[in-house]
Unconditional design. Sequence first.
Length: 253
Amino acid sequence: MLQETIIAAAAGGNNAANALTQMGFEHMIGEMTSKPGEFIVSWVVLLTLVLMSAMSWYWTVINTLRSMRLKGQADRVTSAFWDTPNAQDAIRLMEEQPKNEPFSKIALDAAQAAAHHQRAEGSGQGAGEALSRSEFVDRALRQAVTRESTNLQGGMTLLATVGATAPFVGLLGTVWGIYGALIRIGATGQASIDAVAGPVGEALIMTAIGLFVAIPAVFAYNFFSKTNSATIAKFDTFAHDLHDFFATGSRVR
């Protein structure tokens, strides 16, 4: 009797040890590779999560670099514009800025609108008569701020989508994996710990992968939402000052 108990305990320990060796990521990939037909849904889920992670990290890096660049350029460009005593020199300085620099583009749009209105007014064309100089510059500035604000939103929709859907994509892989495990258990009639823990543990890995994909995307989305809001506020402030400058000829402080 004692000998049978010892043998049963040893068998249980071996089953538990075997179960632990079958719950890792490497074992899951090995199973999926050896039987691709049975794991087609798992492959689709895994590759979808990998693609979502790659795209979210791509936009995270792109937006990080853009935020750092804009943070350094904002004060430098706006200060350079206001510190230049001559308006023509200030406009020329804005034209020398990189094409992807938003503050200089807003200033140039305002300058072009003011110049266009002045020409239209001097030649007696309808644009100069229908709209005042202030309204004409204001419309140009609104369009410029809207355009540059929209450019800041690149990748934000994708980050929000990944953050919201990746856990459910991983959960789909988990549900399908557990379903397949139960089917195999029912077909073989084996419900021991090593027969159950391995497939179920592998299936739960999909949920973990989904969370690992979603959490960085959520943090990135929240961070860039805050930084973009601060940048857009700077756009508005600069645009208001530009409106006063080009509409009245001087900056209202």
